[in-house]
Design a protein. Sequence first.
Length: 349
Amino acid sequence: MQLLKDLAVNFLNLANAMSLYILFGLLLAGLLKELLPKDFITKHLGKSSIGSVIKATLLGIPMPVCSCSVIPLAKSLQKEGASPGAVQSFLISTPITGVDSILATYSFFGWIFALFRVATSIVIAISAGILQNILYKEPKLRVNLSPKVANLNSKNITFTSNSCNSSCCNTTAKKDSFSIKRVFTYAFNTLFSDIAKSLFIGLVVGALFTTFLPKELLNQVSQNLILSYLLVIAISMPLYVCATSSLPIGAALLLSGMSVGSVFLFLSAGPATNSVTISVVKSMYGKKAMAIYIGVIAIMSMFFAYLLDSFYPSLEVANSISHNQGYGAINYVSTAIMLLLMLYYWRKK
């Protein structure tokens, strides 16, 4: 009974930590959809090229968007025609390299660690995006034609239609004036309905992992570098840890005896992945793309963690490591809105 209570509390805490950022991200995605030119994403990020991946990575760097706010933005990029590699490089770079996160990292760990974190996140994002574009293949649409239809001479066929009133039917149509209604419709109808199921699954998985994680393992493996890396990866990847709010946790890990590389690994792999993001990547591109996404982040983050431990083994950390986990009324209201939207789309489908 106590475990069920803990599970419910962890689910609520996870939802409270994410809901405000999810709703903010949805709104931001709606605004970007309304403000950007119609062909912006397709023109700059649509090609499966190195250039599109680099552009997506750089696009995400200045955005003060957290690990969960980036999900609806990534979904929006996909819908606008961005390549799989561009979407996933954006998913990796954005939550780690936001302006707020960079400044907060500097305040905790100094400028060398902060710059290292930014530079490596860019390398990881670009590498994952390029590999994704090389290995990912769009599913082909099969059209079965009857023998009669197949033998028709296409020159004698004329298609006419006056029923299309959508702007997508006219590629030369000018963009309408700004509409707040379209912003909310795109954000909380089109986008949220697409991610509602995977978002809920991710919340449940994250709550389960938080509830049953054996916390005693930290003390047992902190002396073994490889084991500490594997443990940090196992802990940070499924859990939701925001790039900025994870910094006090990283500082606490460092003070508890974990290596500098292990702390970097937590701050690198954690914000770029969580059970929700992983679930959304799987729903958008499938298991293979999800495996590439997780694998590149894990392997490259461990590699850079090892480099950091080899050449920068000691690190001073600020004394301010308190992490307030209390949630205000705005968090609970945001959670209620998010869960009600989930229930609405669940029943609608």
